[in-house]
Design a protein around this ligand. Sequence first.
Ligand code: NAD
Ligand code: IPM
Ligand code: MN
Length: 358
Amino acid sequence: MKEFDIAVIPGDGIGVEVTAIALKVMEKVAAKYAVRLSFTEVLAGGCAIDTYGEPLPASTLETCQNSDAVLLGAVGGPKWDHLGGNQRPEKALLGLRSGLGLYANLRPVKIYDELKGASPLKDSIIEQGVDLLIVRELTGGIYFGERGRTTTDEGYASAFDSEVYNEFEIARIAKNAFEAARLRQKKVTLVDKANILESSRLWREVVAKVAKHYPDVELNYMYVDNAAMQLVKNPAQFDVIVTSNMFGDILSDEASMITGSIGMLASSSVRQDSFGMYEPIHGSAPDIAGKDLANPLAQILSAAMLFEYSLGMGEAARDIENAVESVLKQGYRTGDIWTEGTEKVGTTRMGELVLAAL
Ligand code: NAD
Ligand code: IPM
Ligand code: MN
């Protein structure tokens, strides 16, 4: 029997709730395909600060390094918001991404037919379909650049965060975008702020060079402010969006809403081998944590991505996606995607329904 080691980081808030459900889904699918999944649960984020006094204990990173894939819920919450930059729960996420070398974050944005009514966009916009992929650079840029505090000559407090990218980092993520586009609609849009930022101008130069190796893929450029607008005006124009760490973070939350809710969007953070960390794009949602209100589908769909990309089990991934779609077809919705005429269910019940549909 094939065996895989999966490191599991439930994290904080709804991260814990949605991860528990995704694990049950994974177990059921594994049994169907006769593979053994061995889950090792480890702490990162706020819960690790409470237990170990630090957001990312070395043992957590080591368990992840020794695994075939990582499933992560979400970290953070108001309880730890008073902490300084390096002690915050979110620091764990950055440490995992850089420590594991996960430089590419893939965030597919696809609208289910059943959820078209839950999208805040007009039918006339949604009708054209939404199926795009955000390829977000994940281990560089302003998230990892130098930052600090100084004082101006006049005595005012001052702070800085630097956006730094090098050719290697840009070419590497551009390749991911072009390779992905080849399997899709063959169109890459580089989203940047090249009218202002020198780093964006380097992105344009390097991405154009990489594009020469992909003559079958169309490349175009768009400023990030325009892209934010175009995403709601005409999302169907996009196939693959490639962009920096911070622009990708912001645009993916925006794009998630096109599909009805941030509770629907899964993601994978990958490098060049098959290893990856899989997580919903949403956070720990302190406003709804502990209330059985969270939508577990983003995390369930992240588990599907894990099967596909890290375990090479595409069929298992399709089973999970089909189960999700079938539950939506049956008319069940968590509160975030609820619309008139559908049945509102909680986190736990939604999980049970997906399990039953598998
Ligand atoms: P958030 O994504 O946690 O929540 C934003 C809004 O979306 C909230 O109203 C929340 O209730 C709702 N929401 C999110 N996920 C949902 C789901 N599955 N079902 C239904 N509704 C959902 O973002 P935030 O409030 O800005 O951040 C809260 C905390 O999470 C912060 O500490 C932040 O740093 C952290 N965070 C962590 C991650 C991560 O670990 N990957 C990602 C984003 C934010
Ligand atoms: C995400 C989150 C993280 C990010 C935070 C929590 C560090 O918003 O995964 O999208 O900005 O990358
Ligand atoms: Mn984010």
